[in-house]
Design a protein around this ligand. Structure first.
Ligand code: PMP
Length: 436
């Protein structure tokens, strides 16, 4: 018997041709071949409820008919033309994103990924401010290019200590086990603002920007107290430092309460620059930057991205965004997120391994720690992923120690699916001690 066409065969071929460092989940890989709604299917015919959506890329639903139609209609006409020739879907999508951005006099630039979006934001901020000193949050993740890694506080993801910018790292998200983590919100906020002042004191001269995720994604869905960035903004404004909100994970209504994550911190106005990617394209590779015209147009040379703004990705993204707005999937994220959260919270007394449940809307993190010592338990997180997979549920994990389960289903999740998924998850959490 040959193993041709099995997951094992694919795993062997992967080892021969792909880099060792390419992160993959599961002891046996999954080869997903199709999806519909909130479900996906693998090459061996197993069906899963999808609570991770390809790291938050499947924003509305798998195989959303409007996106499929828009992409195939556009692909049947012309796949790509480059932005040297304007295409209508790009301009229409830019108008829509500008309208929704909450930024004054906005301009939009599309890229092919979140990394490239953050790179562009750094280029804008450092050029505009004439400084390559930047601020980022501890434990952050902003992408894998040389400059995006240089603002990524979670050093576990960085293969290099070399850097094109000088970065000061500021406290801005709660991480269990760190000295600030247990402070009440108001004191935590004051301590973070003090840290910002201290770090600014250590950098000399102009500082270009602070870049921050409103909820840290790769960092384990770590949520700062509402209003923290509004307090940061008071300090930043005193120095003319720009605020870049990395909305790659938190944008488009995922947090339920707001369309953008920064709006939980909007008391002192909008960020100067917002970056986005992932969910906008529902899986198509699109990202981008929206910034005030004066900042966006400060790049004084011609520039373009060959694939950024391509007609196929922008047509698909436009259809996806219209569906999201027409069906109020932000409202759904709030309602169904609450159902999911309640189901997990209700089971918590029976789950000593669970050290924290947090998040907003359909972006929920479940942190696992040894009940005796309180030490992060990444092995339990790995075991839970294996158990839930066997029982037909895909979830993610993250956090500095790899001990936080990440739950981020498509925003069209139904209440019944939320309950089904929560039941599988809770059962797996109860069995995490048994290694599968
Ligand atoms: N910013 C954040 C907050 C992210 O979570 C990610 C990806 N996980 C990125 C940027 C980078 O995006 P991409 O992988 O599309 O380059």
């Amino acid at each position: 018997m040959t193993d041709e066409g099995t997951h094992e065969e694919l795993a062997k071929r992967r080892r021969a041709v792909l880099p060792d460092w390419l992160s993959t989940y599961y002891e046996q890989p999954i080869d997903l071949v199709s999806g519909e709604g909130r479900h996906v299917q693998d090459a061996e015919g197993n069906r899963y409820l999808d609570f991770f959506g390809g790291i938050l890329t499947t924003m509305t639903a798998h195989a959303l008919p409007e996106v499929t139609a828009a992409v195939s209609e556009q692909a049947g006409r012309i796949l790509h033309s480059s932005t040297l020739y304007l295409n209508r879907p790009m301009v229409e999508l830019a108008e829509r994103v500008a309208e929704l951005s909450g930024i004054d006099d906005p301009r939009v630039f599309f890229t092919a990924s979140g990394t490239e979006a953050n790179d562009t934001a750094l280029l804008l901020a450092t050029g505009y401010r004439g400084s390559n000193q930047v601020l980022a949050l501890r434990n952050s993740y902003h992408g894998r290019s040389f400059s995006a890694l240089a603002i990524t506080g979670n050093r576990a993801w960085s293969p290099t200590s070399l850097s094109p910018v000088q970065t000061g790292y500021v406290h801005g998200s709660r991480r269990r086990g760190t000295p600030l983590a247990d402070l009440p919100d108001a004191e935590f906020t004051d301590a973070c603002v003090q840290d910002l002042e201290d770090v600014l004191g250590q950098l000399h001269g102009n500082v270009a920007c602070l870049i921050a995720e409103p909820i840290q994604g790769v960092g384990g869905f770590a949520v700062p107290p509402d209003g923290l960035f509004a307090r940061f903004k008071e300090v930043l404004d005193r120095h003319g430092i720009l605020w870049i909100s990395d909305e790659v994970q938190t944008g488009w209504g995922r947090t339920g309460e707001h369309f953008w994550g920064w709006q939980a911190h909007g008391g002192n106005g909008a960020p100067d620059v917002v970056t986005f990617a992932k969910g906008l394209g529902n899986g198509l590779s699109i990202g981008g930057v929206v910034a005030r015209a004066e900042i966006m147009n400060s790049i004084g040379v011609n520039s373009l991205s060959t694939f950024g703004g391509s007609p196929v990705t922008t047509a698909g993204a436009l259809a996806n965004l219209e569906h999201l707005l027409q069906h109020d999937l932000q409202g759904n994220a709030l309602r169904v997120g609450a159902v999911l959260r309640a189901a997990i919270d209700e089971a918590r007394p029976r789950l000593p391994l669970v050290a924290d449940v947090r998040g907003k809307g359909l972006m929920l993190g479940v942190e696992l720690a040894d009940p005796g010592t309180g030490a992060p338990d990444p092995a339990a997180a790995t075991a839970v992923l294996e158990h839930t997979r066997r029982d037909g549920l895909l979830i993610g994990k993250g956090g500095l120690d790899g001990n936080v389960l990440r739950i981020a289903p498509p925003l069209s999740l139904t209440e019944q699916e939320a309950r089904e998924g929560a039941a599988i998850l809770v059962d797996a959490l109860g069995r995490a001690g048994e290694r599968p």
